[in-house]
Design a protein around this ligand. Structure first.
Ligand SMILES: [Zn+2]
Length: 271
């Protein structure tokens, strides 16, 4: 699933390549993929892309006519900018034609856990999946992070995956950040000290930053806006490395299942 670094990579490319461009047509190929605002689709014609924003794993494209386009890539979604003459690939659910139609944004999503929506920009603030998101890990302060965890029995990995607490982390980056912080994924959050919380937040930011620089992790379906792969999967230290040696203590990486999610960790380094 695209997580914060993958979505941020797409957002940065969108800003660079689509800002100032005019929308010729918002063209859903599956109406049920547009979770909200299908009736507004003709109103966005001729509007200009002004700003692209990321919150957690969500992308909002703000338009000149006070509408915003919301996108979530779910498990297997891709947002691609390509020539309008390219053949349509299977599972393309949305085409947004730009300029004279020679270029378009296409959203593909074989498993359809993602979605798109059109909203008046003022309504974005109250749109549930956007407004209920927790803090961005780059903006969250360590004391607040510690306060969010204090007194809870929940496993730290489950806490980190809860988008209402901290937004943008998924299976890859929780595993990688917990490894770097030396914290076992099932430890109850309430047992994590203030110093450990500070270190964990730093590790989360570092791993996210390194991944953004590498263009994200292409472990499954993720591709960048131009269809190329991210490279951070080559830098993973524990994620999907079961049986391989830990880069620090050389014990074998293990896997456990936590709330249905595969969780990778080093039994030597993470206590
Ligand atoms: Zn180790």
């Amino acid at each position: 699933m695209p997580e914060l670094p993958e979505v941020e990579t797409i957002v940065r490319s969108l800003r660079k390549l689509t800002a100032g461009r005019r929308i010729l047509k918002y063209h859903p190929l599956r109406n049920d993929y547009i979770h909200q605002g299908l009736e507004h689709r003709k109103k966005v014609t001729n509007s200009v892309i002004q700003e692209v924003e990321r919150r957690g794993k969500y992308i909002a494209i703000h338009l000149s006519n006070n509408f915003s386009l919301l996108h979530h890539l779910g498990m297997s979604g891709r947002l691609l900018l390509q020539p309008g003459s390219d053949p349509l690939e299977k599972h393309t659910h949305l085409r947004i034609l730009l300029d004279d139609g020679s270029v378009e944004l296409r959203q593909r999503d074989p498993r359809r856990f993602g979605f798109a929506a059109i909203l008046p920009s003022v309504e974005l603030k109250t749109f549930v999946s956007w407004s209920h998101l927790g803090a961005d890990p780059f903006r969250l302060r360590a004391p607040r992070f510690y306060a969010l965890m204090a007194g809870r029995k929940q496993a730290v990995k489950s806490f980190l995956l809860d988008q209402r607490r901290i937004a943008g982390l998924g299976n890859i980056y929780t595993d990688e950040a917990l490894f770097r912080a030396g914290i076992h994924p099932v430890r109850p959050t309430g047992q994590i000290s203030s110093a450990e919380a500070g270190r964990l937040l730093q590790c989360i930011r570092t791993v996210l930053r390194e991944s953004i620089v590498a263009g994200g992790s292409s472990t499954n379906d993720y591709q960048r806006l131009d269809g190329t792969l991210g490279l951070f999967q080559h830098k993973h230290r524990v994620y999907r490395r079961v049986g391989l040696p830990c880069p620090i203590c050389h014990r074998k990486i293990e896997k456990l299942v936590l709330n249905g999610r595969s969780t990778h960790y080093c039994p030597g380094c993470q206590t």
